[in-house]
Design a protein around this ligand. Sequence first.
Ligand code: HBI
Length: 385
Amino acid sequence: MLARESLYGKFQILILIFSKWLRKIELRMHIVIISTPLGFLGSGKGGGVELTLNSLVNGLLGKGHKVDVVAPKNSKLLEASNKAKLYFVEGVEQKSWQHQDYYSSVNIPDNSLLAGMIEKAIYIGKKADIILNFAYDWLPIWMTLNIDIPIAHLISMSSESFVISNLISYVYSKHPYNFAFHSKIQASDYHFINNPIVIGNGFELGNYIFQDCKNGPLAWVGRVAPEKGLEDAAYVANALGEKLNVWGIVQDESYALKIEKLCSPGILEWKGFLETDSLQKELGTCRALLNTPKWNEAYGNVVVEALACGVPVVAYKRGGPSEIIEHGKTGYLAKPDNKESLLNYLEIINKIDRKNCREWVENNASSNIFATKVVSWLNKVIKKN
Ligand code: HBI
């Protein structure tokens, strides 16, 4: 009798393990990601999307999902994400929407990289569960209405184009779950969306080391382009007579030159675009990050990268950073475009306990937290599709 019961018990345990494994397999998604058609991954031209995509791929792989990435030729994924299959596409890049007139029409060049990426993604997508699009472009968003595979769009910018916003509005009216945003304030730019799916962002925190340096130089990180407002940070550093380290790809040479001329010699230190490991090593030695966006920054990856290294942030109370920085705890939110306000907060930045900065990122912006939100969103899209 006893022997039969123990055999039955073992059988029950086996059933339990098998059903757990089966559920995991069932929950395992095959996701095809479309990267931004601005430049290959690793060029820095894709701005925050490059970092977000790498962190998300790593987070999704860590959860057992299968991930394919369609990206421009020469793209490379960071080491932690390279178990994802990369599909390269060649072609002519799209023009960056934020550097065009708001009312520009869509321009698809001959031998379009974007069209090639979409074609490849649809081809692979036939065997996948869902396509996740990072491109802020007309074609992939329009495709939502015209192919059977569900396409989810992680919108990487606030409203930078009349035609794109109107297309999102039209597609949203039929597929409200297929759009997600990094912050509430970014989503508020799309007035027709009353209950936005907001998923923040996430980073591989193991790549960032906490440093407790209170007397280092000032820092500014981002694409050197007008929408990022480097001139205000340069003005502040110049007024203080302090060095300002500038990390990021110089997208607009004439703009950078104009700022250089605003400052005394030696104030600006142009560091260029660094890979995460080199950036975080140097960034962590700074006493504060200045974040001075002129546009409605969708999220503010660089703000989180600084916080992850223990660097407090003085930022304009504008866009995504205003939802990241805890005023007085991890940094300060200054009056937008008010350089005096930046100066006043820099004077008291040492009141911030740098450990608060790291703690906020660990509790809110790890790639695992981000991937969990994305998986829940994608499951909803698949279910509702
Ligand atoms: N412009 N046409 C276009 N497509 C994109 O995907 C795009 C862009 N501009 C900027 C951008 N993506 C990313 O750098 C965002 O991180 C801002």
